[in-house]
Design a protein around this ligand. Structure first.
Ligand code: TPP
Ligand code: MG
Length: 560
């Protein structure tokens, strides 16, 4: 109960700050260390989603940060709660997603004794979080929580961790609220935009690569207008396809795993590369083979919201310190040259993209995941949210699904297995009107599959497409490449996942042929329940391009 003398407990002051900063959802697993904060959530305009494991809760918070551009909020208990949450925190770091993790902490007077579940969160999360701190004085909650919102969202966004000593949360203080935070935009200067225009006017074969975070629907639309005015081809980086409508004639393709070789060749032969928002890390750069390090041969323009990212790996000819949202808006003010020497490039690259993604390749077995993704892409509404975790199954999703709008892709740039189901739960919880589909591997799914119970609890009819090949396929593929025929530690004996779904109170169906899929998907939608479609795929169908058997044979022949 709130006191009427104007004082508040630390827990109450904390939740008041979240309301002021616009938080509408928190994801948590409870712990006795922060029940005073939980209690303060009674009758506040914040929806609580209680999860089954902190990794799932943290991934949900990260996914909500990705979807909204505002910090996703997660509450976990000390010790094991915090270490479980680390998986979601690492995704927020690598994916540049704003997120705040609140961790219950032991009472202040027990510190340094290694009290029950005591950990030093500054040390533990020092290299994952943008900032890790502990609030000692309830009177400083407004100040430090406000800083957390600024830190998580400004520059290159990322995760913040705040530890909350349990006795601090019940201290009574009289303290003023902080004003609501406002994300800090970093806008490009006129001089930089003038130099960019000059470089574009001098170019023969330019290409734009869009990636990173801090985009929005408006920024994506502004980038499309810029591409149209300049006839520029625009590719997206690993798992950032949602930045640019993939069916737009200026879309050049996706720099993911198994990227279109024609796109890679084009980038290598380009004379100007404009990278907006991304870092061009190991995955999109095809293991750092796309551009020379530190000095790319191409004229290289790097636009990034984090000053520390500019010149970190690639030495830019022109570095523009700006958020993609502000930069995209500023693009309206530069003019294309009178004659555009690269006019046909965008057309050719888009045609190559369509040819690469139009029809799925044939694969061994009776279920062709490519056919299934192609069938779905024509059926799903353009604002459907597509989520996935990590594993070879995701290669088909990224290659054949066509992301048409910003806010439709929840995929871990960090490559963390287990992301798809929690991301789908978060998306459906935030936006119940949208269709939400999660693709998961058999290994991938069971890392966080228990969050299917969260979907059931909150009546969130997500549809999980579970691709079961009876193995940790990605690793088996590497095994066959490097140690052909020597299978170890990659086989899986799986449960009946359709029965698993039903046991949780959801809808479950088994899909044994490609033709079984469409009716099963429709039945899942009709059920109105969270659903799992258990696809039994042939383990030999390891990628859209090759088979496991062929990889093994090739490796053996090279050995012999
Ligand atoms: C949390 C986590 N643990 C381990 C890995 C390493 N890893 C990458 S893919 C993969 C196997 C994925 O198996 P599955 O989900 O069944 O998909 P498949 O490759 O078989 O399609 C593993 C173990 C990872 N990326 N993330
Ligand atoms: Mg598998």
């Amino acid at each position: 109960m709130r006191a009427n003398d104007g004082s508040r407990t630390g827990g109450e002051a904390l939740i008041d700050q979240l309301v002021i900063h616009g938080v509408r959802h928190v994801f948590c697993v409870p712990g006795e260390s922060y029940i005073a904060a939980l209690d303060a959530l009674h009758n506040r305009p914040i929806a609580v989603t209680v999860c089954r494991q902190e990794g799932g809760a943290a991934m949900m918070a990260e996914a909500s940060g990705k979807l909204t551009g505002r910090p996703g909020i997660c509450f976990v208990t000390r010790g094991p709660g915090a270490t479980n949450a680390a998986s979601g925190l690492h995704i927020a770091r690598q994916d540049s997603t704003p997120m705040i993790l609140f961790v219950g902490q032991i009472a202040r007077d027990m510190r340094e004794r290694e009290a029950f579940q005591e950990l030093d969160y500054r040390a533990l999360f020092g290299s994952i979080a943008k900032w890790a701190t502990e609030i000692d004085d309830a009177g400083r909650i407004p100040e430090l929580v406000s800083r957390a919102f600024y830190t998580a969202t400004s520059g290159r966004p990322g995760p913040v961790v705040i530890a909350l000593p349990e006795d601090m949360l019940v201290d009574r203080v009289t303290v003023a609220d902080a004003p609501a935070f406002e994300p800090v935009e970093t806008s490009p200067g006129e001089a930089a935009m003038g130099r960019l225009q000059k470089l574009l006017h001098a170019a023969q074969r330019p290409i734009v690569l869009a990636g990173g975070s801090r985009w929005s629907e408006a920024a994506s639309a502004a980038l499309i207008r810029f591409a149209e005015r300049f006839a520029l081809p625009v590719a997206t980086t690993f798992r950032r396809a949602q930045i640019f409508d993939q069916l737009h004639p200026n879309y050049a393709g996706d720099l993911g795993i198994g990227a279109n070789p024609k796109l890679l060749d084009h980038i290598k032969a380009a004379d100007l590369v404009v990278l907006i928002g991304g870092r061009l890390g190991e995955m999109p750069s095809q293991r750092y083979t796309l551009l020379d390090i530190p000095g790319p041969r191409q004229t290289f323009v790097h636009v990034h919201p984090g000053a520390e990212e500019l010149g970190r790996v690639y030495r830019p000819h022109l570095a523009i310190h700006a958020s993609p949202t502000a930069f995209a808006a500023a693009l309206e003010h530069i003019a294309p040259p009178n004659a555009v020497p690269w006019r046909d490039d965008a057309k050719a690259l888009h045609a190559a993209f369509l040819a690469w993604t139009e029809r799925p390749t044939a694969v061994p077995g009776r279920v062709n995941l490519g056919e299934i993704v192609v069938g779905l892409r024509d059926k799903l509404p353009p604002d459907a949210v597509i989520c996935n975790g990590a594993g070879n199954f995701s290669i088909w999703v990224h290659r054949y699904h066509r992301y048409r709008r910003y806010g439709t892709q929840l995929a871990p740039i960090a490559g963390s297995m287990g992301y798809g189901v929690p991301a789908a739960v978060a998306a459906k919880r935030l936006e119940p009107e949208r269709v939400v589909v999660a693709f998961a591997g058999d290994g991938d799914f069971l890392m966080t599959g228990q969050e299917f119970a969260t979907a059931v609890q909150y009546q969130l009819p997500i549809i999980v497409i579970l691709v079961d090949n009876g193995m940790y396929g990605t690793i088996r593929m590497h095994q066959e490449r490097d140690y052909p025929g020597r299978v170890i530690g990659t086989e899986l004996i799986n449960p009946d996942f359709a029965a698993y779904a039903r046991a949780f109170g959801g809808f479950g169906a088994t899909v044994e042929t490609t033709a079984d899929f469409a009716p099963a998907f429709e039945a899942a939608q009709r059920s109105g329940k969270p659903a799992i479609l258990h696809l039994k795929v042939d383990p030999d169908a390891i990628t859209p391009a090759t088979t496991l058997g062929a990889i093994c044979e090739k490796a053996l022949s090279q050995q012999g």
